[in-house]
Ligand binder design. Structure first.
Ligand code: 2BA
Length: 111
């Protein structure tokens, strides 16, 4: 039988995480939450693993899109001078509400 499932891996801004999780549950989706953090800002975010039938991927993405929004945040950066003095600056970066990967699932089992 042909496998028709996808794994949606969604890295969600922690400010949007609660709404996204509640809405996914309300809509009947199964998912796993992983506490993660961004490599750049080093702030906590939430990564969701959502296994879903192909035809429901669009619905999952809609829930995520509905509850996530981009925000501007400061990225504290330290740089040294020739005199050995540390300078700190805080450039602004636009941080997504969600970064999403959709991948094919080769096999799915529950025991
Ligand atoms: P962070 O790695 O903490 O990145 C936060 C924001 O900082 C990013 O927002 C982006 O605006 C900026 N940024 C990240 N890396 C940068 C770099 N090397 N140079 C300049 N600016 C940089 P988003 O792109 O919306 O990403 C939000 C979070 O999603 C990231 O947190 C990371 O946890 C995850 N993420 C984003 N793209 C990813 C990817 N290609 N692979 C894996 N995780 C990703």
């Amino acid at each position: 039988m042909e496998i028709t499932m996808k794994l949606v891996t969604a890295i969600i801004n922690k400010k949007d995480a609660s709404c996204v999780c509640d809405s996914l549950t309300e809509a009947g989706f199964f998912f796993t939450k992983l506490a993660t953090s961004g490599g750049f800002l080093k702030e906590g975010n939430l990564t969701l693993l959502i296994g879903v039938d192909d035809e429901k991927v669009h619905d999952v993405l809609e829930v995520i899109r509905l509850h996530c929004c981009k925000r501007t945040e400061s990225a504290p950066i330290a740089s040294g001078t020739d005199a050995g003095i540390l300078n700190y600056s805080s450039p602004q970066v636009v941080v997504g509400g969600a970064t999403v990967f959709v991948t094919n699932v080769e096999q799915f089992e529950k025991y």
